[in-house]
Ligand binder design. Structure first.
Ligand SMILES: Nc1ncnc2c1ncn2[C@@H]1O[C@H](COP(=O)(O)OP(=O)(O)OP(=O)(O)O)[C@@H](O)[C@H]1O
Ligand SMILES: Cc1ncc(C[n+]2csc(CCO)c2C)c(N)n1
Length: 348
């Protein structure tokens, strides 16, 4: 009898515990939904890849800073160079500008081409820039920022630190830092370059190569990403690096996610395709991640706390030639894709 009572009361308490867990879970879902709805939208676009002629007249004025890394220059560098407000070469990136701009601009006059492309700053540990290149740019007025004493951070890190330091907070959101040659080379460099997106998540940084661009979708916002279908896509991927994305919902992709969990070691979205023909104006991806602080504010009990703040997700987008801009524009309709994602840590 006693035994029976014990097991039944323990069964009862198990049921109670399950109920409490369920209530907590429902509360958590409700709060996450509320957190998503209250987030501001961050708009992204890659119009910097387009020739000036094709840039939308009414797009909001964005300032670009260009950082050139020590890798083959992507074909659109001359265009980015012309429109950037600031140009920084990361150490050996200066060799690339010195050596490769002729071929890119098809200008037979070497001397005058060189003198047209002078970076404002060359920043780094100076172990890759050639002495004659350093001498040339120094004589043309470039600031040489020699950080050879610092072997703790990469040259890209040093460049972005400088931009971060020199940009007032209220201007950070209106500045886009384009980093060329960041992808497709040595994997340790590529991974370190991606890490920069996370280290400086309050800045808009786009890593670029001839084939791909990567941008962070910060956890603080919802995101609308207008895809320039003439020069980017249709392939794309979403990567929750460092932390799981607990619930991601997308529209406008061929393989949409519906409250899907993404994490490394499980499902991630790769080889996805922008597939937004049904919608009309540019492709938009929404991704939303909430932080611990927001949850703690609204959490009625200690039990539903997220153990660590979730991290951000990044979006990788295929980049294409823009030679047949008009043809391609007709071929692939622009559209709107949305991604909503909530990062959540589960106990497992
Ligand atoms: N193969 C590559 N792939 C991706 N990024 C690169 C590659 N090579 C250089 N970079 C980027 O360009 C920046 C400047 O390159 P540079 O060769 O001057 O760097 P470094 O610090 O001397 O590199 P290393 O590790 O070879 O000593 C690096 O900080 C890195 O961000
Ligand atoms: C844990 C650790 N790993 C590697 C390096 C080496 N390192 C990192 S960035 C950099 C500069 C490259 O220009 C160098 C040499 C370090 N310092 N600490």
């Amino acid at each position: 009898m006693n035994e029976h009572r014990t097991s039944s009361s323990s069964g009862g308490s198990q049921l109670e515990k399950a109920k409490v867990r369920l209530v907590h879970h429902l509360l958590e879902v409700k709060m996450l939904g509320r957190a998503i709805r209250s987030m501001e939208v961050m708009v992204h676009s890659s119009t910097f890849l387009l020739p000036k002629l094709h840039q939308p007249a009414n797009s909001p004025a964005k300032k670009y800073a260009l950082v050139v890394l020590n890798q083959n220059l992507p074909r659109f560098v001359p265009r980015l160079w012309t429109h950037a407000k600031l140009r920084i070469c990361a150490d050996g990136g200066a060799n690339r500008i010195f050596d490769e701009m002729f071929q890119m601009t098809n200008d037979p006059d070497y001397e005058s081409t060189r003198k047209r492309y002078i970076p404002e700053i060359i920043e780094g540990d100076m172990d890759s820039i050639r002495p004659e290149v350093k001498q040339f740019y120094s004589s043309q007025g470039s600031k040489i920022s020699d950080k050879s004493h610092n072997q703790e951070t990469t040259d890209l890190h040093k460049c972005i630190s400088r931009i971060h330091r020199c940009t007032p907070d209220h201007e950070k959101t209106n500045l886009c830092v384009l980093v060329t040659g960041a992808l497709g080379g040595r994997f340790d460099h590529e991974a370190a370059n991606i890490n920069i997106l996370y280290l400086f998540s309050d800045m808009r940084i786009v890593l670029l190569s001839d084939d791909c661009l990567i941008r962070l979708l910060p956890k603080t916002h919802k995101h609308e990403i207008y895809i320039e279908s003439s020069v980017e896509g249709p392939h794309c991927g979403l990567f929750p690096v460092g932390a799981p994305s607990g619930s991601t919902t997308t529209t406008g992709l061929k393989w949409n996610l519906s409250e899907a969990k993404m994490r490394f070691g499980s499902m991630i979205s790769t080889s996805n395709i922008v597939h937004a023909e049904k919608e009309l104006e540019g492709t938009v991806l929404h991704q939303e991640l909430e932080g611990t602080a927001a949850l703690q504010e609204t959490t009625p009990t200690e039990a539903i706390q997220i153990p660590q703040p979730p991290l951000h997700c990044f979006l990788a987008m295929k980049v294409n030639d823009d030679v047949s801009h008009d043809a391609r524009r007709q071929e692939r309709a622009s559209g709107v894709a949305k991604i909503e994602s909530v990062a959540r840590f589960s106990a497992c």
